[in-house]
Design a protein around this ligand. Structure first.
Ligand SMILES: [Zn+2]
Ligand SMILES: [Zn+2]
Ligand SMILES: [Zn+2]
Ligand SMILES: [Zn+2]
Length: 545
């Protein structure tokens, strides 16, 4: 069984070292950005370890699998009705929460959680060990427990009106056809002996009784109840198991507001999963239907003052990882000359090398330049804000990325124009190979044969798109090559295979490849149908098909 943790009387030493840890983190961030790691000193620190109580509250609720058996087939606990079953099941909950097997199952479940249950989302868990059977024996509602019910066909009389005689009991005499007399040989009439001249005889079907036996109940007037197998009873079965409904709650009542804010910024769950706090799981207890698993978390929070080059930076530190929660943007004034160099560089290629050298003195600006050589501005922004939280302001980060992006575009403009020309030629070559050879005719015929004739134009549009992609990639490759030459070797991350932006030349390539594509299509040996349509539309005479 999962034993409860032992809470030490004093928080361990690591709680009081978070200021130092934060100083090291800060040192790593400023290092190479106009400062050195060892210039960051922890001038003053005051650390408080907060004890945060929390608990998982687990309630047991019954689930039923209902069934119905015909007859009196008692098993499990027999009760009078369904309400009694539900009440009896609920009454078992206090016993179930104290059941060691139930507790073991739940604690083992929590052991599988990376935070051992701290901050866990509300969850439900079926508890197999709590299975129990109930049943309710009920009289059959079809026969009201009588095992049989009156036949509705004969209204419980066993007989039905005779159809053959229309419930008269009589039939026309077959000998005299109901006339009472029979034509004699000499033309006179003699009385009918069969019916004694009445013309009527007793009905052959009911022998005059007017009713015949009911076929449905075979004259018994009652029908055995099949619903209850002629027992008069039904047995309702209830297979019950408890499921646990668990939710975690942190006891915030006695916490000061600023502490709550820090916890919310770190995240309650993350206190455990990101090792901000030291967490202890205590011995479980029960309250009525509830199983309570209490926790205690130790969260260190420090007020510190860093000293960098004689300047003081007060800061708030939280959690065992020494996360800096607030600090002035330390690096803003330090990297400013580098950002200025990027700004000048973005205005044109004048003194490019000196300006690049000036900007590349700063690690973060090298990362930005390198990033922009491979990725979009948005991706670079995310990477930089993640790498330098708080120490560079949002304004400075955005300015640095904007100027660096403009600078990268400015210094790679020539090569990109070259890329646009080469790319367009390559695309034109592709279009020519397609339209001025049997490839287009063959392809169109094949598409037509497959019954997709109306998509022929889409296929040709894809050919244009392929050429555009070739041109667009060529621009990017040429720009990448230029940047590789211009930027210092350490800036370029050789393992990063992303390509720089294509800039406005990428947009221009849309036009140049479109023109090349249209030209090739117009001069095709066998002009595509859409070209012919287009020619007709502009009122020119099309060539013979
Ligand atoms: Zn019945
Ligand atoms: Zn007769
Ligand atoms: Zn009859
Ligand atoms: Zn009947």
């Amino acid at each position: 069984m999962s034993e409860p943790d032992i809470v030490p009387e004093q928080p361990s030493e690591q709680h009081f070292q978070i200021g130092q840890k934060a100083a090291e983190t800060l040192g790593r961030m400023v290092d190479g950005n106009g400062l050195k790691a060892e210039q960051v000193r922890l001038a003053r620190h005051e650390t408080l370890v907060h004890q945060l109580p929390g608990a998982i509250f687990i309630e047991l609720k019954p689930d039923f699998v209902k069934g119905q058996l015909s007859g009196k087939r008692e098993h499990g606990k027999v009760l009078g009705n369904e309400a009694a079953v539900i009440a009896a099941a609920n009454a078992l909950a206090p016993d179930a929460v104290t059941d060691k097997n139930v507790q073991i199952e739940l604690l083992q479940l929590l052991d599988k959680d990376p935070a051992r249950g701290w901050g866990i989302k509300p969850f439900k868990h079926p508890l197999k060990v709590t299975q129990k059977e109930f049943c309710v024996v009920d009289t059959c509602s079809k026969c009201a427990g009588l095992t049989q019910y009156p036949c509705t066909t004969c209204s419980g009389t066993g007989g039905v009106g005779c159809v053959a005689c229309g419930v008269t009991g009589q039939a026309a005499c077959p000998a005299c056809h109901g006339s009472g007399g029979i034509q004699s040989g000499d033309g006179g009439r003699i009385p009918c002996q069969r019916c004694a001249s009445t013309g009527k005889i007793l009905c052959l079907s009911c022998s005059g009784a007017k009713t015949v036996r009911c076929n449905v109940c075979r004259g018994l007037a009652k029908i055995g109840c099949t619903e209850c197998d002629r027992s008069g009873f039904w047995t309702h079965t209830y297979d019950m198991t408890f499921h646990a409904e668990a939710k975690f709650e942190m006891d915030r009542e006695l916490m000061p507001v600023d502490l709550q804010e820090i916890i919310d910024r770190l995240g309650v769950r993350e206190l455990a999963t990101e090792d901000h706090a030291e967490i202890f799981r205590l011995n479980q207890n029960t309250e009525q239907k509830l199983l309570v698993i209490p926790f205690l978390a130790f969260l260190p929070i420090a007020n510190v003052e860093f000293s960098i080059e004689g300047k003081q930076y007060p800061s708030g530190i939280a959690g065992l990882t020494g996360k800096i929660m607030g600090i002035d943007p330390v690096l803003d004034p330090v990297i400013k000359p580098g950002i200025n160099a990027l700004f000048k560089l973005s205005k044109g290629p004048l003194a490019a090398e000196a300006l690049i050298a000036q900007a590349c003195k700063y690690r973060v600006l090298r990362q930005i330049l390198s990033g922009l050589s491979h990725h979009s501005k948005r991706q670079v922004y995310q990477k930089i804000t993640a790498g330098y939280p708080l120490v560079i302001s949002e304004r400075f980060t955005k300015a640095a990325i904007k100027y660096a992006s403009d600078a990268v575009l400015a210094i790679s403009r020539g090569p990109r124009i070259k890329g646009l020309m080469i790319g367009t030629v390559l695309a034109a070559g592709l279009y020519a190979a397609y339209y001025l050879s049997p490839a287009q005719t063959y392809n169109a015929a094949k598409i037509g044969a497959l019954g997709y004739g109306r998509f022929a134009f889409v296929a040709e549009l894809l050919v244009w798109l392929a050429g555009y992609v070739v041109a667009w990639l060529t621009i990017k490759y040429m720009a990448a090559g230029a940047l590789q030459k211009l930027l210092p070797g350490e800036v370029m991350d050789k393992s990063d295979t992303g390509l720089p932006a294509a800039g406005e030349q990428g947009t221009h390539a849309l036009g140049t490849t479109l023109v090349a594509w249209l030209l090739c299509a117009f001069f095709a040996f066998q002009k595509p149908a859409w070209v012919l349509t287009l020619l007709k539309m502009v009122g020119k005479t099309a060539g013979a098909p």
